[in-house]
Design a protein around this ligand. Structure first.
Ligand code: SAH
Length: 346
């Protein structure tokens, strides 16, 4: 097993069979070794720096019905909200004063935000804060829309592929098309965005073969960022009674991703922090190098309820900023407030 981990560390690749063997047979000792090697790889590329992104959850309206997601359109128990342009700019201003130089605008697929409205918001943020990076995460759009956002100044786009197993993807996403999601990722890369893909860990029915599909897919796509986090049930969804993904499995996959794509930007996600009080710290120690504290107004945080038990819903942005810095330092890392572009964009 150590040889296999060393091989992954040296070559940044393994075959499908080797990856499956690794996932199927990893003992606790091997896990520590894997995390150590991943930490080593992260250290070489990014030293002990952790990049910060300010997350603005600007709408919880969504036209889709992803069976895992608390803001799916069929959920009638969620109070819907939208932030208008001024409110979004207010979040950016608060974030700017706290030192953030990346804003991530994430939301459901909300038709209210037409391309014209998105372009206006992106342009205004970039005019006010030209040195800041803007990341968009609003799901599947046409090439034309992605192009317009890019020309308006958007630098990065997050679109998790969610799972690279077609049958699992289809069972989780009614009325959505697996091929379209993958095509969107290719289009985003082609346009010139720094692109984030990623998947959930511990979805109902998901097995190690599925993770191997995700890992092989990511190795080929070579996204600049990879967001992975545990699936966590939300009480008003069809998956309400399923089990969450585990901290252990998420950290194993974070480490493997770090070794497959050593210079990738890899967040220790809020979902990971939500299933374990030290989840984000453990995610960083497993190879993560990004955190995305919340800049959304506190009165809407609870409403962006993708899953139950989400952390930090009552905390002001300033509080989150300090809290996360303490956590990062306690895990042995340092906060870096720079834009934190992927190495190929610096
Ligand atoms: N509409 C955008 C943003 C989706 S929300 C898009 O389609 O990309 C951001 C991410 O949260 C999703 O990509 C999904 O991976 C994750 N997510 C949603 N529901 C979740 C749940 N119940 N548990 C864990 N992660 C979840």
């Amino acid at each position: 097993m150590r040889n296999l981990i060393d091989k992954l560390y040296e070559n940044n690749s393994l075959s499908r069979d080797e990856l499956l063997y690794l996932l199927d047979n990893l003992t606790e000792d091997d896990q520590s070794y894997l995390h150590m090697k991943a930490n080593d790889a992260r250290q070489q590329h990014y030293s002990n720096k952790v990049y910060m992104r300010g997350l603005i959850e600007f709408t919880n309206y969504c036209k889709n019905d992803c069976t895992y997601c608390g803001i799916r359109s069929k959920n009638k128990n969620v109070q819907r909200y939208r932030l208008d342009k001024e409110q979004i700019l207010q979040c950016c201003q608060v974030g700017y004063q706290l030192g953030y130089r990346t804003y991530v605008l994430q939301g459901g697929e909300d038709p209210y935000y037409t391309d014209d409205r998105m372009v206006d918001i992106i342009k205004t943020i970039k005019e006010r804060y030209p040195e800041c990076a803007v990341t968009i995460s609003v799901g599947e759009k046409s090439r034309e829309s992605y192009q317009r956002f890019y020309e308006a100044g958007a630098d990065r786009y997050l679109l998790r592929h969610e799972t690279n197993t077609r049958s699992l993807y289809e069972s989780l996403h009614p009325r959505m098309d697996y091929d379209n999601r993958i095509n969107c990722l290719n289009t985003l890369k082609d346009i010139g965005y720094q692109v984030g893909a990623g998947f959930m860990v511990g979805l109902p029915g998901q097995v190690n073969e599925d993770f191997v599909n995700d890992l092989m897919f990511l190795k080929e796509l070579k996204p600049h960022m990879i967001g992975i986090g545990p699936f966590i049930p939300q009480k008003d969804t069809p998956l309400a009674n399923e089990e969450s993904g585990t901290l252990e499995m998420t950290c194993i996959l974070l480490s493997i991703i770090r070794l497959l794509l050593p210079d990738v930007l890899l967040p220790a996600t809020t979902a990971l922090g939500s299933i374990d009080p030290k989840g984000r710290e453990k995610g960083l120690k497993a190879g993560g190098n990004v955190v995305m504290p919340n800049l959304s107004p506190t009165d809407v945080r609870e409403l962006y309820a993708l899953y139950d038990g989400k952390i930090c819903t009552g905390d002001e942005a300033a509080h989150c900023r300090k809290c996360i810095e303490r956590r990062i330092n306690s895990a042995g890392f340092e906060v870096d407030m720079a834009r934190g572009d992927h190495v190929t964009y610096q």
